[in-house]
Design a protein around this ligand. Structure first.
Ligand SMILES: Nc1ncnc2c1ncn2[C@@H]1O[C@H](COP(=O)(O)OP(=O)(O)O)[C@@H](O)[C@H]1O
Ligand SMILES: O=C(O)C1=C[C@@H](OP(=O)(O)O)[C@@H](O)[C@H](O)C1
Ligand SMILES: [Mg+2]
Length: 169
């Protein structure tokens, strides 16, 4: 089975995905890392050198490659991945999707304490600018995230809770 974690930047997809994969003894795939290895460049370099439109095409190609490569895996997507092309339908056709619905205030706090350079959409922004960017972006993306098979609400989403919901859905 393929399990996809989706949600905004900073919602904890990479962190929780790694924990879940370990518990299930599944392979863990972080779509950003997979794409970086595939292209031999970082996410920041891909945004800078290719622009966001091309980044989204490369992200879709990486998503398809992961689906073809793995039978059982936990896949942490990048925050924008479900929101371009028919990616959300594609994800739901190939596995179970879990939306980590964490409040923007909590996400802002986490991201401010992290390295903003690795997330090119946030690099160079102040806390207030990040907060308003996240509010605006979530407004546009929620229609996609809401199509997830499982929705978990934060701020604190535990791996046990996620595992129970996965067993029941
Ligand atoms: N449950 C949590 N509580 C507090 N901080 C967290 C939690 N999950 C993740 N973080 C922190 O928030 C930041 C973003 O987490 P990450 O897993 O990379 O999110 P995503 O992959 O959704 O962008 C990281 O600095 C991480 O250490
Ligand atoms: O929300 C987005 O558009 C993005 C999220 C990032 O992944 P995380 O959600 O893991 O930070 C990464 O794919 C890229 O910086 C763009
Ligand atoms: Mg991530």
């Amino acid at each position: 089975m393929l399990i996809f974690l989706i949600g905004m930047m900073g919602s904890g997809k990479t962190t929780l995905g790694r924990q879940l994969a370990e518990r299930l003894s599944y392979t863990f795939v972080d779509l950003d890392e997979y794409l970086e290895k595939r292209e031999g460049r970082t996410i920041a370099q891909l945004f800078e050198q290719e622009g966001q439109d091309r980044f989204r095409e490369l992200e879709r190609e990486a998503l398809e490659a992961v689906v073809q490569e793995y039978e059982h895996a936990v896949i942490s997507t990048g925050g924008g991945a479900p929101c371009f092309f028919d990616n959300m339908d594609y994800i739901n056709r190939h596995g179970k999707s879990c939306f980590l619905d964490v409040p923007v205030e909590e996400i802002t706090k986490r991201l401010m304490a992290s390295d903003l350079q690795v997330r090119p959409l946030l690099a160079g922004k102040t806390e207030a600018e990040i907060n308003s960017f996240l509010v605006k972006t979530l407004g546009l993306r929620k229609q996609f995230y809401k199509q997830a098979s499982i929705i978990l609400q934060g701020p604190a989403i535990g791996v046990e809770e996620l595992q129970i919901l996965l067993n029941n859905n």
